[in-house]
Design a protein around this ligand. Sequence first.
Ligand SMILES: NC(=O)c1ccc[n+]([C@@H]2O[C@H](COP(=O)([O-])OP(=O)(O)OC[C@H]3O[C@@H](n4cnc5c(N)ncnc54)[C@H](OP(=O)(O)O)[C@@H]3O)[C@@H](O)[C@H]2O)c1
Length: 204
Amino acid sequence: MEQPTIIINVAQSLDGYISGHNGKRIQISCNEDMKRVANLRKQCDGVMVGKNTALFDNPNLKSDSSDDRKFRIIIDRELGIPMTHNIYDGSYPTIIITSRTDGKKIKKLSYVNPKEFNMPSIMQALYDFGIRKVLVEGGAMTIISILRSCRVDQFFVYVGPVIMGSGGVRLFSVHGEREIKFLQIKLIGNGALFQIDISSLEGL
Ligand SMILES: NC(=O)c1ccc[n+]([C@@H]2O[C@H](COP(=O)([O-])OP(=O)(O)OC[C@H]3O[C@@H](n4cnc5c(N)ncnc54)[C@H](OP(=O)(O)O)[C@@H]3O)[C@@H](O)[C@H]2O)c1
């Protein structure tokens, strides 16, 4: 199967959470790190998130690149995200990955139907659409299912100076300990960026 180059980037608290209590969005990245992420967005054809992230965070997922062939990409199998959310504001090219074929036609919006509703098929559908490099920004379910079923090229985790306590969304909810390897560790602003060696995540 073909797929775009996949880069994953996510920010987590020191205790391993990517969101606050009940999925509440908490600022984890500092300004310097947000500049790094903006730069990653510029290098990619699209920024992708799962349905829960679009629902809870209502992100705009835009790149400030002048290239107008950039997309925001949202997985929403049953089109459950309300039309009042930012992804439907018509202000930016947007791809909704869905199993439904009755999507409402909105300017600048494309509905893409993968053959099967799993990550390899979703990535193949994006490749067929013309996406050659995708930045996956979350949430945990989306990231973990991509790590388990697709070839990931780069995986960055920024750890910010915050402890969430319990009740949020954890990035990793695996059972038992496992050793992983870092390709790079870099201090950025008041946090640290880890580039994870994908091969050390095999069998996640
Ligand atoms: N700190 C950060 O950098 C960061 C970044 C992004 C998000 N977040 C946080 O992450 C939280 C949401 O994470 P989450 O893990 O709950 O949800 P998520 O990954 O955003 O979305 C999960 C949903 O996406 C769809 N999906 C994902 N993978 C799929 C697959 N392989 N096949 C089919 N459908 C798939 C499913 O929708 P259906 O249920 O419709 O099938 C699934 O329920 C939010 O609270 C947000 O604040 C944090």
